[in-house]
Design a protein around this ligand. Sequence first.
Ligand code: PRP
Length: 179
Amino acid sequence: MIHPDCERILISAEEIAAKVRAAGEWLTEKFRGKFPVAVCNLKGSGVFFCDLLRAAQIDAEMDFMAVSSYGSDTVPGRPKITRHLFSSVAGRDVILVEDIVDTGRTLVTLRRFFAERGAKSVTVVALLDKPSRRVVESCADYTCFEVGDYFLVGYGLDYAERYRNLPYIAVLKENVYAK
Ligand code: PRP
């Protein structure tokens, strides 16, 4: 049953699960025998991060940080680090897990953040990519789905902190965010 605030399901839970499995296999190949630190950029990536790490047969540390580019509205701002990592990334292979690459500003900010802290390598895995919205050159190393410029919610993505726990990715009805 689709949430009444959603217009249509863009990506079903089954389609997400299949792509997450494939992304997990990709990580398994890439990090076999290593001990990377997998970083979840809260909050949007939380759901994807947990599923992805369980799909990857790797020995990885899990860490969490937050960079915010939007408030409770949709006007992009300057990405700001609002929660710092628990551990150091100096000399470590970093797997950054993102729910969406939109303007690309967050990715640029985070790649710089890890480089400045001496990370050995940074591999970005993104669930969604919205290339039509890009304002800075930046992309993930592995992307599960390329999507159009829709207002999407679910599987971690929110509007005003709602809908993150929907098991699918859906297009939000315009009257919900245009209120
Ligand atoms: C979203 C998303 C990415 C970022 C991408 O985070 O989780 O981190 O925006 O946007 P960009 O490519 O334009 O920089 P948001 O600031 O909405 O916070 P949230 O994850 O807590 O929802």
